[in-house]
Design a protein around this ligand. Structure first.
Ligand code: PLP
Length: 401
């Protein structure tokens, strides 16, 4: 199996699994219990909190464990709306993950006003539009750090500074689900104007089902998950001790090998990108004109369906993903590529490859060997492709002919 879908989820690192196991097998106690046997579990949660805080240059009390980034984002958006009833305006971007977009739509139904800032053809945020949309009653700006589909990185440093210079009471939420451990995030320097940060462990070799949020001290945000007194009363529910330990271990591992891993991943991504460009005509790299995550490659292949490519890649044991989502039987083009203005002929043919520290050069060579053949075969079946001249048609062929 060649796994190139690491923006969807990642393999649990063996070191992470080893760190988790004792907390499933012997140290399984509830960290809130009073007896001595529970002390290691309690201690492990607080050590993990300190490790993660240190990685982000934050205070341990500013780290709150959740079940995933989606929960962290829900807690941030609904919690701040409830805690600040005088401000009803939210500003976000058109290309956020549904975890943000669907919360915003629900908050609109509940009476908030939401503005969705667009992006340009390269995937960069329309900065002027962002500034223009900030209002006196803006409560929060929710902006992702790196886009899950294209890997394009938004200038969170600059955007959060603009927000605070406009009105220091406006909150800034950053969805760092894709960038955590891959790009530098320091809450006391480049991210000092970010109030809330959300992420999920399974994007960086921890298991699924664990996430966290940074909430800057003093940020007005009401409890989202009401229940026990866990997480200083800010999120009820018995702590997922094994996975909290696992997420902290995954962060430690990433920090220890960051530079070499990231350089190697980027070199492999660049090899895949240039190899595809050399071998396949009529393609574009979505987001190539912007700053991008080192592990992500989104290729728009004109004149074919991404789904067809994915099935054929899958037959060869290659896991990648497409820019389309199959919704109620119809193929909806990706909201990210639509916002970017990717032409219709390429919108449905976009394929995302996302690499990890476990990706090897041999795997990239295999994809480079097979991918052009898959594209050529699918284009032969396309109504938009002239088989004789081996180039696109100006008009689709009549399927009846
Ligand atoms: N935000 C971004 C940018 C993502 O890529 C994802 C998941 O792909 C999420 C949020 C949601 O993460 P989770 O499903 O772990 O809650």
């Amino acid at each position: 199996m060649i796994y190139l879908d690491n923006n969807a989820t990642t393999a649990v690192a063996p070191e992470v699994l080893n760190a988790i196991l004792p907390f499933l097998q012997t140290e399984y106690y509830n960290p809130s219990s009073m007896y001595a046997a529970a002390t290691p579990a309690k201690h492990a949660v607080e050590t993990a909190r300190k490790t993660i805080a240190q990685h982000l240059a934050a205070e341990p009390a500013e780290i709150l464990f959740t079940s995933c980034a989606t929960e962290s984002i829900n807690a941030a958006l609904f919690g701040t709306v409830r805690a600040n009833p005088n401000r009803k305006h939210i500003i976000t971007t058109a290309v956020e993950h549904p975890a943000v977009l669907e919360c915003c739509r629900e908050l609109q139904r509940q009476g908030c006003e939401v503005d969705y800032v667009g992006i340009d053809r390269n995937g960069n945020l329309n900065l002027g539009e962002f500034v223009q949309k900030l209002r006196k009653d803006t409560l929060i700006a929710a902006v992702m750090h790196a886009n899950n589909e294209t890997g394009v990185v938004f200038p969170v440093d600059r955007l959060s500074r603009i927000v605070k210079e406009t009105d220091s009471a406006i909150l800034f939420l950053c969805d760092a689900t894709q960038s955590m451990t891959k790009l530098p995030i320091r809450m006391n320097s480049s991210f000092r104007n970010v109030d809330i940060l959300a992420f999920s462990g399974h994007k960086f070799h921890a298991p699924k089902g664990i996430g966290a949020m940074f909430i800057r001290k003093g940020t007005r945000c009401r409890t989202f998950l009401i229940g026990g007194h866990q997480e200083s009363g800010r999120r009820g529910g018995t702590e997922n001790v094994p996975y909290i330990v696992g997420m902290s271990k995954a962060i430690e591992l990433a920090a220890a090998t960051h530079d070499t891993d990231i350089q190697r991943i980027e070199t492999l991504r660049n090899k895949l990108e240039s190899g595809i460009k050399e071998r396949i005509p009529y393609i574009e790299i979505n987001g190539a004109g912007a700053e991008r995550m080192p592990n992500t490659l989104n290729v728009a292949v004109h004149y074919i369906e991404g789904e067809g490519i994915l099935y054929q890649l899958s037959d060869l044991g290659i896991c990648a993903s497409s820019g389309s989502a199959c919704t109620s039987g119809s193929l909806e083009p990706s909201h990210v590529l639509s916002a970017m203005g990717v032409p219709f002929s390429a919108m449905h043919g976009s394929v995302r490859f996302s690499l990890s520290r476990y990706t090897t050069e041999a795997e990239i060579d295999f994809v480079l060997d097979k991918f052009p053949e898959i594209v050529a075969n699918l284009r032969r079946l396309s109504l938009y492709w002239d088989q004789e001249k081996n180039c696109p048609r100006s008009e689709p062929a009549n399927p009846a002919v």
